[in-house]
Every structure is written in C-alpha cells, then in structure tokens.
Design a protein around this ligand. Structure first.
Ligand SMILES: Cc1cc2nc3c(=O)[nH]c(=O)nc-3n(C[C@H](O)[C@H](O)[C@H](O)COP(=O)(O)OP(=O)(O)OC[C@H]3O[C@@H](n4cnc5c(N)ncnc54)[C@H](O)[C@@H]3O)c2cc1C
Length: 365
C-alpha cells in the first residue's frame, strides 16, 4: 500500500457522529451547533436516505399533512403555513431541507452506516459505504422505518395473492375491487382500513389482541403516562413498546363513523395462511386477494450489534438517552423518545450529556 492509499483509508476524526437525519438526528445536530460544535470539524451527520425528510419522505401520498396530528416542529424553526392537503412526505421533506440549510448542518447523504465497532483510545469507529469516522461519542437516531416487522404464520409462502407491509403502502386506490385483510391493531392499521374500505370489494381487520379505543382527548397527562411506561421498559432492558400499545387508539369522529359502519369490526388473529386466504382453527375461512401487514416496525439498530448493547430481554438498557452499557452511545428517537416531541427533547438531552462526557469543550476548539 502506498502513502496515498494509507491516507485514504484512515478514519476521519470527529467528536460526535450522528447517524440519521430524521427529527431526532436533526434536533441533536441543532443542539450540537448551539453548543459550539462545528459541522464536519467536530461532528458529522450521516444519513442513507436520498433526500431530507427522515422517514417522512417515504410515507404514502394519501398521508396528507392534515392527517398527521401532533407533529412537533424541530427546535428553533417553526413549520408554518403548510397546505393540509399536500402529502406530509413533501411538506416535511421541504421543511427538513430548509432546516438543514438554515442551521448549516451539512448532512452527508446517502451514506449507509454498516456497523459501529470499538476503536483505539476509547474511540468508536463508524464504518460506512463512504469511509470510516472515528468518534468520541455517538448519537444514534436511525428510527424504525428501515426495519418493518413482518410476523410469520404457517402457510404464508403459499399465498397466491399479494402481501405487503405498511412501509410500502401505496394509498387506497391500489386496492380497488379487491378483498383485503389488514393485520395489526395500531394506528396505521386503522388508517389503512378507513382509507381502503370505500375502494375495496371487502375488508377484514385482524389483530392479535382486542383493540382498545381511548375515549377523551390525548392530553399531556396521557402522553406523559405513556412515555413513563415505555421509559420503564427500556430502563429494564426490554424492547420498547409501540405508543398505541400504551395509549390505546385515538377515538375521533372518523374512527367513530368507521366503527358504526363496521369497517373496524375486528377478528382475532388467524391460525394459518392458505393459497387463497386465511383460516382459523375453528374452521372459519376468508378468501382474500391481499394481506396488508400493518404490524409495525422495530428499532433499526443492527449496526450497533458489535457493541453488544443488547440485554437478554432483547432491548438496549437505557439510562435517559444513554446506553447503560456504554456512556459514549446515545439513542434518540428510541423507545420513550420515539415521537416528534420526544425526539426533540432527546436530542437536547443527549447533547447535554455528551458535552459533559467530552469535558464541556469540543476537542477541535
Ligand atoms: C405512519 C407514521 C405516522 C406518524 N405520525 C406521527 C405524528 O403524527 N406525530 C408524531 O409525533 N410522530 C408520528 N410518528 C412517529 C414519528 O414519525 C417518529 O417518532 C419520528 O418522526 C421519528 O424520527 P426519527 O428521527 O427517530 O426517525 P426517522 O424519521 O425514521 O429518521 C431516521 C433516519 O435514519 C436514517 N438511517 C437509518 N438507518 C441508517 C443507517 N444504518 N445508516 C445511515 N442512515 C440511517 C434513515 O434514512 C432516516 O432518515 C409517525 C410514524 C409513522 C410510521
């Protein structure tokens, strides 16, 4: 190897690497900036998606901005005057783009992080398809969108119809005239059903547990209680639960109407998938053209596997936003901070903690 090759292979040294430029990663980058960290010199933000917008850029076109409720703005810049009829993918994509420019965050994309391993001198090595970064601290903000969860059921591979996951939901018109089974008791499942029902020949809703509809407004107290519940789980090293599993499904007018129309009549989970549909152990059978798996997502953290952060319970034990097993590693947008408001707070908390870890002064200063 000659000198040039050696230099090309040497990792780039920074104080902090942020992986992911969704709500959580951008909030963290904003707070790094405020604390005097310079992009490219002291920190870098890496994202493997093609455009600004985090996971929002991939959400289905019928998820208009008006249908998104409770989306918090990023710190330091409001999202104002957005047309509620436009797809949220466009609105949020443009907003994130403007945000990155306004605060000069210099997100590097597309850069895919393959793995994070122990480096020398207490540093971590972040290995990517665009080179390696050596860092003193890591803010992991990789969300869940990249890891759709598909449960497995006997006979699944024999189904002759179409199976797809929420992650690639194309909008309701693609289901015109079809018989559609929607699996999953979360907000995505109910939204898909309400959209698809007017187009489909027939729909069925199948969930593992009976859905719980939450009466009354989703106020701050309820939000806090939900977050506390997920927080307790990750403190114990258990995998985080989805928000709906702790809050229940919001009961708004559209949901009330859908329930009255029978669109949200729920069946228990089937036992087997057959070439033409699904069956239950009691002999019941439903013929269908499509199975739509609205079965959620898992934290996209496989690239952290070499750090051995996982507990026997399957989750990463957390102390606030910090991985309990490694004070250099923060997870934001994970578990209790997996919402737009939670991601904002987590970004700030992680940076506060990292500043303390790095002795309050970025090494480059
Ligand atoms: C359909 C849907 C609707 C929602 N609606 C709301 C709502 O109304 N209000 C609300 O508060 N929350 C909502 N949420 C939750 C909300 O989207 C998230 O909590 C928040 O936006 C996630 O932000 P994030 O930064 O954690 O993740 P993401 O937005 O997923 O960003 C993660 C980023 O990491 C990148 N990445 C992942 N892995 C790698 C890797 N290995 N290398 C490089 N880059 C990587 C991805 O490209 C992505 O850009 C919704 C979620 C879904 C699925």
């Amino acid at each position: 190897m000659n000198d040039i090759e050696v230099r090309a292979a040497a990792p780039t040294e920074v104080d902090v690497v942020v992986i992911g430029a969704g709500q959580a990663g951008l909030a963290a980058a904003y707070h790094l900036r405020r604390r005097g960290f310079e992009p490219e010199r002291d920190f870098v933000v890496l994202d493997h998606a093609p455009r600004p917008g985090g996971a929002w850029q991939f959400r289905w076109p019928s998820l208009t901005y008006g249908k998104v409720h409770g989306m918090h703005a990023l710190p330091g810049m409001e999202l104002t005057g957005a047309d509620p009829e436009r797809p949220s993918s466009e609105v949020v994509g443009e907003y994130f783009d403007a945000y990155e420019q306004r605060f000069d965050l210099r997100v590097r994309r597309p850069v895919d992080v393959h793995r994070v391993v122990e480096g020398e001198g207490g540093r971590l090595l972040v290995e990517t398809d665009a080179g390696t970064w050596s860092t003193r601290a890591l803010i992991n903000a990789t969300g869940t969108w990249d890891r759709p969860f598909w449960p497995r059921y006997p006979g699944q591979e024999t189904f002759r119809g179409r199976q797809l996951h929420t992650a690639v939901y194309p909008g309701p018109e693609a289901f015109r005239g079809q018989r559609v089974i929607v699996v999953g008791g979360g907000a995505s499942g109910t939204q898909h059903l309400m959209e698809i029902a007017p187009y489909a020949a027939e729909t069925w809703w199948v969930t593992r547990r009976p859905p719980v509809f939450a009466e009354g407004p989703f106020d701050e107290d309820r939000g806090r209680a939900a977050v506390a519940m997920v927080e307790e789980r990750v403190r114990q090293g258990l995998p985080p639960l989805s928000v709906v599993s702790v809050t229940g499904l919001p009961l708004n007018d559209a949901v009330r109407r859908a329930r009255a129309d029978g669109v949200l009549d729920r069946l228990p989970m089937f036992d087997r998938i057959t070439p033409d549909g699904v069956t239950w152990a009691d002999g019941r059978h439903v013929e269908a053209d499509v199975i739509l798996w609205a079965t959620g997502f898992r934290a996209a953290v496989e690239h952290l596997a070499p750090l051995r952060l996982r507990e026997p319970g399957g989750g990463i034990r957390m102390d606030g936003t910090r991985a309990a097993a490694d004070p250099r590693v923060h997870l934001v947008g994970y578990g209790p901070s997996a919402s737009t408001v939670g991601a904002n707070r987590a970004g700030r908390a992680a940076v506060r903690d990292i500043v303390r870890l790095l002795d309050g002064v970025p090494a480059g200063v």
